[in-house]
Design a protein around this ligand. Sequence first.
Ligand SMILES: C[S@@+](CC[C@H](N)C(=O)[O-])C[C@H]1O[C@@H](n2cnc3c(N)ncnc32)[C@H](O)[C@@H]1O
Length: 251
Amino acid sequence: MSASNQQVNNARFNEATQWDANKKHAEGVGKAFDAIQRYIPAFADGTSKSLDVLEIGCGTGLLSFQLAPHVRSLVGVDTSDATIAAFNAKTTALPDPSAANLAAVNVLVQSADDVYLQGAAAALALGRGESGKDLPYRFDLVVSHLTLHHIPSLGELLATLKDCLRPGGMLALTDYEDFGPEAIAFHAESKRPGVERHGIKKGEMEDVIDGVGFNEVRVERAFELRKEVEAAGGGGKREMDFPFLICVGKK
Ligand SMILES: C[S@@+](CC[C@H](N)C(=O)[O-])C[C@H]1O[C@@H](n2cnc3c(N)ncnc32)[C@H](O)[C@@H]1O
C-alpha cells in the first residue's frame, strides 16, 4: 500500500467504531466462517483444535471471535489502531481474559519474523504452557476476510503469508469478486479512497497464489452477499448481489 493510501485507509477504519453494528458486516463474516469450515479439512475431520491461525486484517475481531473456539490459537493483525482497540476490549471482556486463545496486534506484517507478530504468538504459547522452544512461531492456517482489496501488492503479501505458514499449512482468504465494472458499487463513493482494487479477480488470485509456490490452489465462488448500494448517477439506493471468492492454497 502506498504511504498515502495506508494513511487514508487507517483514518477510515479508525473512524469505523460502528463497524460491528452493521448487520451486513456480521452476515458476510458468518458466510466467510462457513466457507472456511467447508474448504479447510481440519474443520470437517475434527482436528481444527490443533490449528494455530493468523488473520490478516482482523479488524474488530468479528471473524476472529467466531473462529477462536474452534482452533488452538489465533493471532490477528491489523493496521488500524481503532479496530485493534475494539478487538482488545472484546478480549478484556471475556470471562477469563488471561485464558484467551486469541490476541491482536497493530502491525503491517511484511516479514514472518516480524517482532510484534512473534511477540503475540509467543504470549499465547506461554499462556498455554509452552516453553517457547518452537521459535520462530509459524501458523497452520492464514485467514482474511474483506482485506485483500486493500492490499497494494498481493504477490508480496502472499509470499509473506507463505513464510508465515508451517509446511502443509493452508490459506483461506475471502473477499468480494471483481466480476466487472459493476463491482465498484460495493463501496459508496465516499468510501473508495484507500481501496486498492474493486474486488479480487479469480484468474489473478490463482496466478498470484500459484506464483509464490502454493500447491492445491483453488479460487472459487463461495457465497453471495446482497447489500444496499448507491443508485447509479447518485441519489437513492438499490440492492445488489455481490459474489465472494475464497482463495485456498497449501504450503
Ligand atoms: C473491510 S475491513 C474488514 C475487517 C474484518 N476482516 C471484518 O470482516 O470485520 C478491512 C480491514 O483490513 C485492515 N487492513 C488494511 N490493509 C491492511 C494490511 N496491509 N495489513 C493488515 N490489515 C490491513 C483495515 O485496517 C481493516 O480493519
